[in-house]
Design a protein around this ligand. Sequence first.
Ligand code: BG6
Length: 488
Amino acid sequence: HEKLEKFPQNFLWGAASAAYQIEGGWNSDGKGPSIWDQFTKIPGKTFQGTNGDIAVDHYNRYKEDVKLMADMGLKAYRFSLAWSRILPDGSGEINEKGLAFYENLINELIKHNIEPVLTLYHWDIPQALQDRYNGWESRQVIDDFDNYARILFKRFKDKVKYWVSFNEQNVFTALGYRWEAHPPNLSDVKKMFEANHIINLANAKAINSFHELVPDGLIGPSFGYGPMYSFNCEPENVLATLNGEEFQNHWWLDVYVNGKYPKATFKQLVKLGVAPTVEEGDLQLLQSAKPDFLGVNYYHGGTVRANEIEFPSGDNDAGLEKSFEATDPYLMKPKEEQAQTPEKRMFSNVSNPFLEKTKWGWEIDPVGIRIALRRLQNRYDLPMMITENGLGAFDDLTNERTIEDDYRIEYLRGHIIEIQKAITDGVDLIGYCAWSFTDLLSWLNGYQKRYGFVYIDRDEKDEKALERIPKKSYFWYKSVIATNGQNL
Ligand code: BG6
């Protein structure tokens, strides 16, 4: 057995959420619509047509939720702000009531000694900006995002130390611009890379504003990181894995940290005619803004092989055609599309035969979180925070109104032990935010795919009383926190 070091004394044991997934109050107190308010109303886009109009009503019940966090002993709570609550029109007039909601939430957290970790953007750009100039496709958004961020920096700089700029830029650009699975509901690879570049610029500009206005705070993006494994040791597959790691991870992370796009991927995109337009001054801006830490969202990695042997039998393809108990749109990529994608010449994703999967087909790989942290530490050498990690599962409410979610405890325990090993290896980790605190809306999978420590008694069709019921995992995590991870 490895002798494991203790978690640091001030380790931030936390949990996370995102505005659209919990708040509800979609048009309360002057909030403007976001692209998600509109997108979820398009028939057939979400599971049984679910949306976040009410979600779990955190907007009206935040005090009760914070009380549950306090009773649990939670040290940090990561949440996002809805841009269109603060600036209903995207820019211009500030909606004071929207700001007040977040101020009250932050005050409530601080009152209970819970460190707020504030995410500026978790996927919900104001619909007004989408209508005005196609949102992230226009360079105008860089200043509008900066304006929004500066309002928050000024207002909360004395109360909030940890800030996340963008949540999973890799995920929302791919699902929104390529796979028609998120707003703005496009399948256009060129637009995806153009928008992605503009988001990089917006990220850099806001980080520079942060360093000017909040010199004592720490800011970084939260990246959806999955370490890539080679299918086997055949050199062609190892090379493909390098391509996979570069295309699926370094493409963003190298820009965040070093202000540079990885060369091989960039050349490949130029060849295919889909590289982003990099204007004079862009790289200087990207290089001027270095994050203070990296937020890491870890659910699973990916396995890669050279694609000369792509789809040999149809059996081993990235789980694309496997039938799981539930269908996850994240994994559904039409084959004809695949044939023309940038990956075609670079790598293909395959299923890992050593790993079990969740009911939605996500690989379960605790060792992967250690590998992730080690690789990121080596390549970027920044402090890190796990800003998301958790298990989406069906939960049953028993007749005694309890939830015996031992499977979630097992999942989290497995990952936290690997995190402790990573810390023992020398990784600089600030904290761990499990996804999620309460159950919440899973963007495309409704309310049945649950992640929370606290059950919310509602389903797709009926909000019921939205009662909060701590699950077995709630009490387990409470003791993990109380002992600073000593008796896992
Ligand atoms: C992350 C997102 O991609 O994964 C979260 O940042 C999301 O917002 C989480 O809820 C789990 O995804 P899903 O599809 O299972 O809800």
